[in-house]
Design a protein around this ligand. Structure first.
Ligand code: 5AD
Ligand code: SF4
Length: 536
């Protein structure tokens, strides 16, 4: 079985994409004159992937055309992730590749030494943000920047020279690194001229226009706006699964996490607006939607309807044409029986819950400020396991949190054993700027974190192998979302979100729901053969 699958459909990206795209309502926007080209690369989580769909939508609607390489683009954008040090470093590697050749190499080298450019393992310090002023549009403009004026950066590099040297390109950093580092990005990579966090994406065309008008540096760094949800046009990349953010930001304040800082406080989208968009998606032909939020089940309907999260799940599942509803990520504190009951009652709500535990030790959970004990978490798991329909459970785990003893780690292993997760994302603790755990004592050496991570991953792999092998012989429904280069080989996802690679001589079944018998299993996927074709 080949490992790589083509998506098999035009992924709606690249030079072949017309400047004008379908609106969320399925209608076509009137043609505009091409405003320029943009390249957009995304790092990190599904929320970021979906944010990039919104960014692309906003730019396409303004007449920009998306291209596949930075070389072909006038505007180069990186949508970044800062959840762990390595993720945050990636964007600086990319920016290093774009360094204009005329940069004073002496100065650039000095900066790299100071901040660890291009190196995956560079240390990230705890830094504040530079001062900024607010212009009349509510956009933050780098201190000292004036429209039409090159900003001398404290005797550092000549920005105008750099912008010109970069071929007149506009280079922008979006997302969590933008929010976290703010204007310090300009210091570190002076050829960047745009820094914009997720709450300000609607302003992107305006920010780019300011740059084109001669402003050298612009920022959009507010986090407390409602605007994230108001993007009218989203250019969706995935033709089978439509993502929808229903709650932005996070109020939980886990002691290791940058998200409350980079994405701001929790803001929920009105239920009627969510349901309108789901109806539009169904009309466009989407049958699977995934509701997104850092803590999706903390959803609090801001409208008079005051829909609970579980009621919203049901309302989405009842939209004609919707056959699968997913949601991620759930926080254990807000996970209740009503969610399990909704899954039981509505087959369209997928039998999968992602419930990050982070640690199996109550002492570590307390230090992490996770707001639940091991016992309380296990009670939530018991609710899921008691469901009439089997529901798969996946999780996130952090090893090597400051002060995690061998005994604490053994408790995480024993919890993993007890729950028998269907999947687990395991991470080494990574100290992050602006987080309470940054200054905690008893940090663990890297080697010890790696040792614990390897033990965890090995054990989880065996659990998954055993769980997947139990599915051999079972017939599962699959939404076909990939076609192999090898003829007759397809790929899809089960309701439990397992990848199932299967053989079928049928033609053009992409987007269909088909029945597949599992014939073999690995820890990460299933292999099968189609026993019954289906429909879209
Ligand atoms: N170090 C390691 N892992 C982290 N996560 C979040 N912050 C950190 C950190 N500082 C993990 C958590 C979270 C997932 C998205 O990333 O497990 O659930
Ligand atoms: Fe981060 Fe905790 Fe919020 Fe998840 S719940 S985004 S881990 S602060």
């Amino acid at each position: 079985m080949g490992k790589t699958f083509d998506i098999g459909l035009d992924r709606l990206t690249g030079a072949g994409v017309p400047a004008i795209e379908t609106t969320a309502g399925g209608g076509l926007k009137p043609p505009l004159q091409e405003a320029g080209t943009f390249y957009l690369e995304t790092f990190g989580c599904q929320m970021n992937e979906h944010d990039s769909e919104k960014v692309a939508g906003v730019l396409l609607a303004r007449g920009y055309r998306q291209v596949e390489t930075p070389e072909a683009a006038k505007v180069i954008l990186y949508n970044t992730c800062s959840i762990r040090e390595k993720a945050a470093q990636k964007v600086f590697s990319r920016l290093g590749e774009l360094r204009p050749s005329t940069v004073d190499s002496r100065q650039a080298t000095a900066r790299e030494g100071e901040r660890g450019f291009n190196t995956e393992d560079a240390e990230e310090g705890h830094r504040g943000h530079g001062d900024a002023s607010v212009d009349q549009n509510g956009m933050r403009v780098a201190a000292g920047a004036q429209p039409g004026m090159a900003v001398p950066q404290g005797g550092m590099l000549n920005t105008r020279k750099l912008v010109n040297a970069a071929g007149g390109k506009i280079i922008g950093v979006l997302g969590c690194v933008a929010q976290q580092e703010g204007e310090e990005i300009f210091e570190r990579a002076p050829w960047v001229s745009l820094v914009c966090g997720s709450a300000s994406y609607r302003k992107l065309p305006q920010l780019i226009a300011e740059l084109e008008a001669g402003n050298r540096r612009v920022t959009g760094l507010d986090t407390d706006t409602e605007e994230t949800f108001e993007t009218e046009i989203t250019r969706r990349d995935n033709p089978f699964r439509a993502y929808l953010t229903i709650i932005e930001g996070c109020d939980k304040a886990c002691s290791y996490c940058v998200v409350p800082f980079t994405r701001g406080p929790e803001r929920s989208r009105a239920s009627a607006s969510i349901l309108d968009e789901v109806r539009q998606l169904a009309e466009m032909g989407y049958s699977e939607v995934q509701l997104l939020g850092q803590t999706v089940n903390s959803y609090a309907d801001p409208s008079g309807r005051k829909m609970r999260f579980s009621e919203l799940l049901v309302a989405v599942a009842e939209v004609p044409g919707i056959r699968r509803v997913r949601f991620t990520t759930s926080h254990p504190r807000d996970f209740g029986k009503d969610i399990v009951e909704a899954i039981e009652a509505y087959p369209a709500i997928c039998d999968h819950v992602h419930l990050p535990v982070q640690s199996g030790s109550t002492a570590v959970l307390r230090a992490m400020a996770r707001t639940y004990t091991r016992q309380e978490y296990l009670e939530k798991i018991a609710l899921v396991k008691a469901a009439r329909r089997a529901i798969s459970i996946t999780t996130d785990i952090i090893v090597g949190f400051p002060g995690e003893t061998e005994k604490d780690f053994a408790e995480t292993l024993s919890l993993m054993e007890e729950v028998q997760y269907d999947g687990a994302f395991c991470f080494k603790y990574s100290p992050r700027p602006n987080t309470p755990s940054l200054t905690m004592e008893d940090a663990l050496p890297e080697e010890e974190k790696s040792r614990r991570l390897a033990i965890l991953l090995d054990r989880q792999r065996e659990i998954q192998r055993a769980k997947n092998e139990k599915l051999i012989g079972v017939v599962l429904e699959v939404l076909v979302d990939g076609k192999s280069r090898k003829p007759g080989q397809w790929s899809g996802h089960t309701s439990s979100n397992r990848v199932l690679n299967f053989s079928s001589q049928a033609e053009n079944i992409l987007g269909d729901y088909v029945q597949v018998r599992v014939v073999s299993a690995t820890p990460n996927s299933l292999v099968g053969e189609m026993v019954k074709s289906g429909q879209r």
